[in-house]
Design a protein around this ligand. Structure first.
Ligand SMILES: Nc1nc2c(c(=O)[nH]1)N[C@H]1C(S)=C(S)[C@@H](COP(=O)(O)O)O[C@H]1N2
Ligand SMILES: [Mo]
Length: 389
């Protein structure tokens, strides 16, 4: 978001880690954190409960990014959020194999070396968990630069047969699922239509921010579907299977399934859908003060549709243009900042909204279709801050 000396950042992180070790679960109030730019200090949010206190990464655990701390376009690999449903399998690079099977003319098998010797694509991609939301201050989020190979090229080489309709991506992680009274071992898997899988942007990624893909992010290879919610990005990827029926697994058919009240061809119905492409969303995550100047910062995520504007409203006042970070690209997160003029002492409500080039506007939670459960939370997110006297 604003330039910062990386050594300094490391120092800050080190200090934070030490603090956590010695002080256990004690939380650090916002205003105790050192300033990030010369003279710049965080303005505390008053809507964050004491219980929201993201911790450093722990093996096996979900990890939240502390969005109040976002200060760079790329999220450090060791701070990028983590979600895994069946643990974090350690896959051996030397014996790794990716198999392409099913309704293809030529079943294929790749070692890591063979994948790495193919033409490499590099892309900035940001994403969030389909279960991210206000209650987590949007902490299941991150943005990185990824390197890998084209999924489309590999599927083209394998030759999808005309009957092939669905492409299933299997991870190496296996969990026991009880389905209709029977316990069975199931690999984490997600699927896409052939058309979606053949999208030229999809990567099989083996590098993240210039490093080999870290263990917890799917070493050695993961799928990366730019514009999709995180759940699509299958980690520890070992098999790609083409079939002529829909794939029905927990993460397509039962979990990561929304329930929304929508009008379907004139009839109001409760609609379930598998979490897929990201909805248009923005959120304010940070407010800082430098002297009397206040800056409001946040992020935008969507499916890659170009944006028209990001705006901020203060205390229900008029919408005012925010500035998008020029580093943003089609599938990265898009950080924005807004110069808040003449902020008066006292408590204030801030909210952002984003509009895309199709004219779609991020609505308030009340304007969006009624939604059951936390999947796909993308309404406006009003924040409260206290400006000191
Ligand atoms: N193999 C495998 N891939 C997976 C998952 C998983 O449990 N197993 N979780 C998914 C979900 S729900 C999310 S949100 C993203 C998180 O990716 P990250 O941990 O690298 O941020 O990975 C996805 N890929
Ligand atoms: Mo997720």
């Amino acid at each position: 978001m604003h330039p910062e000396n990386p050594d300094r950042r490391k120092l800050l992180k080190g200090a934070l880690n030490t603090g956590v070790v010695t002080l256990g679960a004690m939380s650090f109030p916002n205003w105790m954190m050192p300033a990030l730019a010369q003279g710049e200090v965080d303005v505390p949010f008053t809507d964050v409960p004491d219980t929201f206190n993201p911790q450093p990464v722990r093996p096996g655990a979900t990890h939240f990014l502390d969005t109040r701390r976002i200060n760079s376009f790329y999220t450090d690999n060791d701070d990028f959020y983590l979600v895994q449903h069946y643990g974090q399998p350690e896959v051996d690079n030397a014996s790794y194999q990716l198999n392409v099977t099913g309704l293809v003319d030529r079943p294929l098998s790749f070692s890591l070396e063979q994948l790495r010797s193919r033409p490499v694509i590099e892309k900035d991609v940001g994403f969030e968990c389909g279960g991210n939301g206000n209650r987590l201050f949007h902490g299941l989020i991150g943005n990185a630069t990824w390197r890998g190979v084209s999924l489309r090229d590999i599927l083209t080489e394998a030759g999808i047969q005309p009957e092939g309709k669905e492409v299933v991506f299997f991870g190496a992680d296996i969990g026991e699922e009880e389905i209709r009274g029977r316990k069975v071992p199931k690999a984490f898997a997600r699927s896409m239509s052939v058309e979606d899988a053949m999208n030229e942007n999809n990567l099989l990624a083996f590098e993240m921010n210039g490093e080999p893909l870290p263990h917890f992010h799917g070493k050695p290879v993961r799928l990366l579907a730019p514009g999709w919610y995180g759940v699509a990005n299958v980690k520890w990827l070992t098999q790609i299977h083409v079939q002529d029926t829909r794939y029905m697994g927990r993460f397509m058919g039962r979990d990561y399934v929304t329930l929304k009240r929508e009008v379907v061809g004139g009839t109001e119905r409760w609609v379930e859908n598998s979490v897929a492409k990201m909805n248009l969303k923005s959120a304010i995550v940070r407010v800082t003060r430098n002297g009397n100047a206040h800056t409001v910062r946040g992020f935008v995520l969507n499916d890659g549709t170009p944006l028209r504007s990001v705006e901020v409203s203060i205390d229900n006042g008029p919408w005012q243009q925010a500035t998008l970070d020029p580093e943003a690209s089609q599938f990265s997160w898009k950080l924005f900042s807004f110069d808040w003029q003449g902020a008066q002492p006292g408590e204030h409500t801030l909210v952002s909204r984003v509009t895309d080039s199709n004219g779609r506007v991020q609505g308030t939670a009340e304007e969006l279709p009624e939604r059951v459960s936390y999947w796909e939370e993308f309404g406006q997110f009003p924040r409260r801050v206290m400006i000191g006297g």
